[in-house]
Every structure is written in C-alpha cells, then in structure tokens.
Design a binder for this molecule. Sequence first.
Ligand code: ADP
Length: 248
Amino acid sequence: MEYAIDIRDLTVAYREKPVLWDIDLQVPPGVLLAIVGPNGAGKTTLIKSTLGLVKPAAGSVLIHGKPYADQRVNVAYVPQRGSVDWDFPTNVLDVVTMGLYGKLGWFKQPAKKEKVAALKALAQVGMEDFADRQISQLSGGQQQRVFLARALVQDARVYFMDEPFQGVDATTERAIVDLLRDLRKRGKTVCVVHHDLQTVPEYFDEVMLLNVRRIASGPVGEQFTEENLRATYGGRVAFVSALVSGKK
Ligand code: ADP
C-alpha cells in the first residue's frame, strides 16, 4: 500500500538540541489522525519538517510516495491562527483565493472560476456572507473558518492542521468536525494537532502520541490507552482513566 504520509527515522534539532528524535509514522490514505502531546513535544515541528519548512538532521518524509517538493499542490496546511498577522489589510475572499496560488502560480490573476471556487469553499464553512469583510474584523472562530476555506479550495490530498479547534465556540467546533468528516469521505488524509484529549476518540480514527519521541501511533481504539497517555504526559494527566473509558 502507498501511504499518504510516510515518515522514517526523522530527527530534527534546533541549534543541536533534538526536538524530534527518530520518528516513524505511516498514515494510510483517508484517515483522520490526531497528533497529541504536551507543549514543546515537537508537534508543530513535525508538521513543519514534513512541509520542508524546517530541515531535518536525519530521516525522510514522503507524501503519497514522493517528497513534498514534488507534492506541493497535493498538500494543504492550516497554520495556527495566532501565527498570522490578522491586521494585514486584505479581505476574506482574497485570503481564500490565495489557497489556489499553488495551482495558479503567483503571477496569474485569479479569474471568475477561481472566485466561484473560493465562494463555494466559504459557503461550506458558513462564511459566504463575509467575503468582502476585512480580515481584521473577524472573530477567532471566523478566522479559523477562513483558514479552513482556504485549505478546502486548494483541493489537496493531504491536509495538515495546527490546532484548528483552539479557542473556537461550539458552533465552529461542530463545523470543523463536519468538514473533517467530509474530507475523509472524499478520501483525503488529515493530520490535526489536537489538544482536547476528551474528543480524540469521537473525532479521530488514528492517533499519534508524541513527546520528542513517538510514544505510539495507530488506531485510536488500540493506541489511545492509559499507559500510552501516561508515557506521553507523565503524571500530568490525572484524568486519564476517565478519558480512555469513553473510547470507541
Ligand atoms: P509543540 O508544537 O508540541 O508545542 P514545537 O514543535 O513548537 O512543540 O516545539 C518543540 C521544541 O522546539 C520546543 O522546545 C521549542 O521551544 C523548540 N523550538 C520550536 N521552534 C524553534 C525555533 N525556531 N528555534 C529554536 N527552538 C525552537
């Protein structure tokens, strides 16, 4: 089988200090994967090195059998909401249309067809009425939806999302869950850095537990165990038993 994501022996260091150590991860296509682990575990770094934004000290990453450089148009990235300057003077439709630049090339002006696609993606996340709104005038949940629409319009095969549920209200959380399920139905693979351990069994098929090293990865029903959570979070997960008792 060709994996959607195939990471082998990945080690990443910032100024000689390893933050990811000898990571292996194989993700089959059409899977919703949660990446969980404490702050500083290397979750964002794992995504960034997969996207070639951080150079690994060792190891390899393949996306559907090829390096990221050959798969750019097939990979969409939803960064952390806080990592973006929301005061930048641009409107919602332009931000979403930017999702198409990988396919269009930077110098081609988006045409009507692209705008229609962007509006359709905005409708999918319930934001069609905000197309002309300046991005500085959005709530946190609306910002997150704009990001998701931008990833949707790209129509990638593999999606990486860094904490999409961070600070959103219940309605937006529902909208994101529906969107993840829709992507899965269309055979897409989605890797989500996720903090709410309670919802892992409900929202995801597979889980990777990470703390510099890979503690475990695989189907939630097999790997989201008290033992693995303790190995990942140490004594800090006092509510572990309650968490795993509700699993699928
Ligand atoms: P997580 O997403 O799990 O919170 P990160 O991948 O952001 O973890 O960070 C992993 C470790 O790498 C942390 O100790 C962090 O301080 C460090 N780190 C992250 N980015 C950099 C950087 N650009 N330079 C140096 N250290 C970094």
